[in-house]
Design a protein around this ligand. Sequence first.
Ligand code: BGP
Length: 482
Amino acid sequence: MNEFPKGFLWGASTSAYQVEGAAYEDGKKASQQDIINKDSFLQYGFATADVASDQYHHYKEDIELMKEMGFSTYRFSIAWSRVFPDGVGEVNEKGIQYYRNLIEELRKNQIEPIVTLYHYDLPWALVEKYGGWLNRQVVADFTYYASYMINEFKDQVKYWTTINEQSIIVQYWTQKCYIPDEVLSDNQKRYQINHHMNLAQAIANRLVHELVPGGLAGAALGYSPIYPLTSDPKDLMAMQNAQALRNDYYTDVYFKGRYNTAAHIYLEEHGLAPVIEDGDLELLADPAASSDFLALNNYASECAKWCEHGTKQIQWSGVNRTGQKGDISGFETHPGFYEMCANPKLDTTDWDWAIDPQGMEYMLRDLYNRYNKPLMITENGLGSYDVLTEDGKVHDTYRIDFLRENIKAIKRAIDQGVEVLAYCPWSALDLLSTSNGMKKRYGLIYVDRSDEDPKNCTRIRKDSFYWYKKVIESNGAKLDEK
Ligand code: BGP
């Protein structure tokens, strides 16, 4: 009775630079993440992406473990700089062969690949050549890369996610893109990058529709539902404004083929709107370039309150680098529009992310009501300090609790008629966090390494591994068995 719909895809997620390692092996050249992470190693002592979880050398073992858990899908990304080390030009035969092997191994094990074309790791060569995503040339180069990949795997890959987390790239651009010092104060460029990504994802959608028989495409968006702090109507307006700028600004492009009006007006008034060239809006509005589904990366919910005119403007929310609750470095404040704040009703992780499984149901129902398109969860998880016991176990009951409540919330949304295709928590195995190194872990499989020492990256099944196996075996019916 409590089972998920037949054919529901169960799996988990990773991304290339966070899991693969082999950053300079077999012809791969640097991506911007190899450079950014070298810097966070020097600044904060977080691991580099050089070895990460070494999936490049462990992929068969990893897929065996996925099989053991009963995965019917695996969501991962392709490192553009492994396939085209210089971004464009000649393909790196060994690089493309790695993905052929990976996809073949998945298929052999009846695991459906969900492939992300771009997950933060632009080839460094394109940053050096013209500034990467800051320059419109990147759209043409992305098209070159995407059409090669889609064509190569058109018979093996049905689900394509185009670009990972545009909204998060706008918010935290220096962690997700290499931004030179002289550009740092020019916030319009964040939205210019986003506009280039909108064009790129539209073209990728179109390519999937042209090239892949039965292929489906959509972006993977970092999405947090937003609540008003109180029932004061002003807080409700603040919530609506925050929703427009932080969420609808992206989803309207994917499904309505145009920018959200309220958000766009706000950006124009503040000199932040992107430069749009002739033909751009037509491309976004082309039905063939529209998304078939939305892939959601949901970790938390957010909270907004009214912000009086005259308050000091803070454009962007901060980040918690220490892993000690309360160390978040600030909240975004837009006078006369909204201000983000902590939700007093919710507990947080050690990195100040609100823990809110109920928000998962709210998000799914809200998005389905508004766009009526299938949804899939491509990320959802709890970042925590895991402890490897002396007898080689990881008792991550907190993670099991988090995932269980989220799965229940998804089921409630499905029972209300929402079409959900897949659940892929973050992450299949421990990997390099985008902002907090190796200490903040998410995996179902423990990877034995630290920030300082990659050791052998030995794989160890966590308690959540055995629990998730039972969940999958019962197609979501048995959530309480350990
Ligand atoms: C999403 C990213 C992932 C991932 C995750 C957790 O934003 O798509 O790449 O890392 O968040 O974030 P973090 O690693 O910063 O804890």
